[in-house]
Design a protein around this ligand. Structure first.
Ligand code: DLL
Length: 427
């Protein structure tokens, strides 16, 4: 599609989606009315800058179904992403939304060269996380045979890769490295396996990691990007040229803004990525601030595709961490700590990468009274650690080691308090 045709399509779809949320989502109607806007004011894609932004806080404040535009009877799937305070953000999809998502995922896989003759294993988590089921539907759509391996059980997965002749895999890049290491330990060599394509995403990764995964698993690794609030995996995807990821911009309109001033930035400049869903029915969002930092690239790609590309994610404009593919906010840990009277509201997250797997340790300080009372009873300390670890697991969805410390021993910072020590080195 030419740029003009694309922009015309985007403009039509934008008008329609604004009209749709105006009539179906009180939150947006109020926002637009406050800004003296009606859907008639939005006729071309350039009008997008008139619209209000949406933030994760807006989603949380309207939790769980406040921003849902379609009636409950039309929703056929519900996913969730991590919220900043422990409550996940709920996203409902209509049948049409699942169809669009599946189509976008199929576009990505096709771009990676996956087709009917492939046996493709999905090793993203199946569940509330969008990675597993999202990738799964796309693999079926392109007609490859899907192996719903999910995460965990890595040795069994490694044997399946060898014994079934699996040709493609979707997982986080760090899991791919862990899988490579597991295979090496098991004595499975590259010439015993047929892997040739990897669809890697859900966390930031680098060219260095790409080279290492490719070399150790003998495949070509492609980037795939997405987020639950917009859809899931396949908001954008790489092609053979591997010069940025093509955005499915007929469904998700991208902008880059300065995260401080909220001013739109031109192509080529790094800032915060913002998306407007142009066709979504379940939970459409206007100008959703992803907090991901990158830049946009225009111009026909050497692969022939004409849709806009985004560079690899360079960082975040908030404090979200991605640990084993799971989004973790320090404030989630705080929300747990605050529920426990034995513990002072002082904590530190220590993130590391051991044998290619991310680890999380949460250090907390005991309150003086509790510390005095239990100093000589290791059983009580042990029980408290377990209680905290269980609570953290249920809020964060990943296991964390807990370290209970004596009062006053977590380092006090002079200025802005530091809550995270991230020892992972992304090459
Ligand atoms: O991670 C969706 C997904 C699943 C994408 C599988 C790709 C593959 P969330 O859990 O909502 O959704 O997390 C979204 O993860 O805002 C980014 O910060 C980060 N992220 C996702 N893909 C990439 C990527 C899924 N390819 C958040 N590179 C996003 C860097 C990524 N960061």
């Amino acid at each position: 599609m030419s740029r003009d045709q694309m922009r015309e399509l985007q403009g039509k779809r934008l008008h329609k989606i604004v009209e749709y949320v105006y009539h179906n989502v009180p939150f947006y109607r109020e926002k637009l009315q406050q800004m003296d806007l009606t859907p008639e004011d939005i006729t071309t894609i350039d009008d997008i800058v008139k619209l209000p932004f949406t933030t994760k806080k807006d989603l949380r404040d309207n939790d769980p179904f406040g921003l849902q535009a379609a009636p409950a009877s039309e929703i056929i799937r519900i996913h969730a992403s991590s919220g900043t305070t422990g409550n996940p953000t709920i996203v409902g999809y209509t049948r049409k939304d699942i169809g669009v998502w599946t189509e976008c995922m199929a576009r990505s896989l096709t771009s990676f060269g996956v087709g009917r003759d492939d046996i493709f294993s999905v090793a993203y988590g199946y569940g509330l996380f969008t990675g597993g089921l999202g990738a799964h539907n796309g693999v079926e759509k392109v007609g490859a045979a899907v192996v719903p391996a999910s995460t965990g059980n890595t040795e069994k997965h490694a044997r399946l890769i060898r014994d079934l002749g699996i040709t493609g895999i979707a997982c986080t890049p760090s899991y791919a490295l862990y899988l490579a290491e597991t295979m090496e330990k098991m004595g499975i060599t590259k010439d015993q396996i047929k892997l040739r394509t990897g669809a890697f995403g859900a966390e930031p990764w680098t060219e260095g990691m790409r080279q290492e995964i490719q070399q150790r698993l003998g495949l070509k690794g492609y980037n795939i990007y997405g987020l639950s609030e917009i859809m899931g995996p396949s908001v954008s995807y790489e092609c053979d040229a591997q010069n940025g990821s093509h955005i499915n911009e007929d469904h998700f309109f991208p902008e880059i803004i300065n995260p401080e001033t909220l001013e739109p930035l031109p192509y080529g400049q790094t800032g915060e990525l913002v998306f407007t869903t142009l066709t979504k029915e379940g939970m459409p969002v206007l100008r959703y601030r992803t907090r991901d930092l990158c830049s946009l690239m225009e111009g026909r790609c050497s692969c022939g595709r004409t849709n806009v590309r985004m560079t690899a994610i360079e960082g975040r404009s908030d404090d979200m961490l991605i640990i084993r593919g799971i989004n973790v906010f320090p404030s989630q840990v705080e929300s747990v700590v605050l529920t426990m009277e034995e513990i002072a509201p002082r904590y530190m997250l220590v993130v590391d990468r051991v044998n290619n797997l991310d680890t999380l340790m949460v250090q907390v300080e005991l309150r003086q009274e509790y510390f005095n009372a239990t100093m000589d009873t290791p059983a009580a300390i042990d029980e408290l650690s377990k209680k905290l670890a269980n609570k953290l697991k249920s809020v964060l969805s990943i296991a964390a080691k807990v370290q209970l410390k004596a009062p006053g021993t977590i380092e006090r910072s002079q200025g802005k308090s530091t809550r995270v020590i991230d020892n992972r080195k992304l090459k």
